[in-house]
Write a protein that binds this ligand. Sequence first.
Ligand SMILES: Nc1ncnc2c1ncn2[C@@H]1O[C@H](COP(=O)(O)OP(=O)(O)OP(=O)(O)O)[C@@H](O)[C@H]1O
Ligand SMILES: [Mg+2]
Length: 229
Amino acid sequence: MAIVGSSGSGKTTLLSILAGLDLPSSGEVYLKNQPLHQFNEEQRSQVRAQHVGFIFQQFLLINSLTALENVMLPAELANMADAKAQGLALLAQVGLAERAEHYPSQLSGGEQQRVAIARAFITQPDVLFADEPTGNLDSKTGVHIEDLLFELNEKNGTTLILVTHDAKLAKRCQRRVEMDSGLLTEGVLTESLLTQSPLTQSSLTQNPLTQTKVNTVSGDETSANSNVG
Ligand SMILES: Nc1ncnc2c1ncn2[C@@H]1O[C@H](COP(=O)(O)OP(=O)(O)OP(=O)(O)O)[C@@H](O)[C@H]1O
Ligand SMILES: [Mg+2]
């Protein structure tokens, strides 16, 4: 699923709340039927370790750790026995087998983002949140990273929820929602109205799904969204 919307509309905030990194000031958030809004930091970090992957816009690799150590970190936090083997396998999948012992400062932007993707997949998360995963990359590297993201997404059966300004990337997702001043709307409506087809318009106006306005911090809708990829 893609979340699109103008700068400052609340996309990163929504992603952080859905992933249990941040708490809403009001409302309820359920991830895998667990009430994140009632959990303390320790409990939320356990849910994250078990179910959630996160790719940040600025990569957020740890500079003092090698590529392999960065990828292994979430696996070690989740007490996975085969962290190193899994880490090496994932680095190979993202085409960085040769770079395992390199530090982030020795890697290009695209390579750092691929390390971040490998890190996000190592715990085989049920849901992967990606905030502008290609926003800082040139278009060629960006497309390569996109392909990788969708490939790993399919291979691992992970639900992928990404924020993007890139219309082409949004179009590759099965579902698009738009964020506007903290409110989510189904992107389908606007997109289909643009096609000017009377048939599409009438079927859309009869479809309650496309008319829903969702408050970003209300529990049921948020948890429903997190199950759609
Ligand atoms: N920790 C915070 N405390 C208070 N307000 C915040 C905090 N973080 C973000 N905001 C505000 O909340 C609004 C939404 O910010 P957010 O980062 O979610 O936007 P965004 O849609 O991700 O924007 P962009 O596309 O520029 O990344 C902004 O007005 C921002 O200034
Ligand atoms: Mg943002």
